[in-house]
Write a protein that binds this ligand. Sequence first.
Ligand SMILES: [Zn+2]
Length: 412
Amino acid sequence: MPADCQTFYVTTPIYYVNDAPHIGHAYTTVAADVLARWHRQRQEPVRFLTGTDEHGQKVLRTAEAHGVGPQEWVDRLVDTAWKPVLETLDVSNDDFIRTTEPRHKERVQRFWATLHERGEVYQGSYEGPYCVGCEEYKLPGDLVAGTGELEGQQLCPIHGRPVEMLAENNYFFRMSAYAERLLELYEANPTFVQPESARNEVIAFVRRGLQDLSISRSTFDWGIPIPWDSEHVLYVWIDALLNYATAVGYGSQDAADQALFETVWPADVHLVGKDILRFHAAIWPAMLMAADLPLPKQVFAHGWLLVGGEKMSKSKLTGIAPAQIIDTFGSDAFRYYFLRAIAFGQDGSFSWEDLHARYTAELANGLGNLASRVAAMVGKYYGGVLPEAGPAGPAEERLAELAAQAVAGADG
Ligand SMILES: [Zn+2]
């Protein structure tokens, strides 16, 4: 246990409620859960946060398409899909934050009011290609040319759908001023972004130079109002990133919340998918630097789950709900499979055949067989009562050594 007893704080991204949860989301959540359980069984204080990201144009449009207001729409999805999936997966999160909760909204407003007062925010105009799927302005170099029906159009490389040209009068965060400090951070703390491939990508991105970041939208109102200008709502990403701090008391006036923030912040690790790496490894630390807040210790970007060679997504109809697997194999097998079959940090392919093969070979024939043979021998030779342990011989010593090595390796 660390001497200062600082809480081990692990987070998943907050998931965009527009999608129903699929095994890609479950993969991140289970990985965070394994980390949380590991530190808890080592008697460390642990805080494990997950939650949902509920603002933005995409949610608004989907709610409208279903003929309901956005709040009703997100309430329904959170209650019927996002909270239940945590039970399905046996996840041990300590808190679940929703970005539509008053605690989050107030604290986010306080954060941006502070940056505005400090001169970190200014008003300006911006025009550029925007992907509603990503809720992000794209750089022209990020786009790919459409083919077939989409010939002549520029597409988001993640969504494969045409971008829209947006022009807005917005507020901007002076992010360009933080490029040097970010590069110094990556240099001074080589494990801040992991794995190495992710670190290299972020460094290359920041080296190309950062633009100031548009942080407000005025063309729709489904978001947190900007405290000094009610015509604008905050850009969904810079509202969402703050969840990691607001959920542990940042910006609260309450003494207990402030004490929580002191013991829990900064986060030990933000687990993210590699498609949202730049937000977490460049924008988020720049925001914290601007507010003079401590930085998280690590951003770890895992790979994608591929199904049939493509990133899984609901819009491409490759999304598999965790319950489809767990109803047959159980949550322990689900958790085991995804952490065993895929090297964490790399892309991995999911297939039912591979799941079934590992389930049979490793869990049923390996572990299951061992357990059943031991139980049968205890029954046959010792009348069903486990005998007292004898003195340790070379075999036991070797086993204890292996176990100690495994613990040290896992903690490394
Ligand atoms: Zn996109």
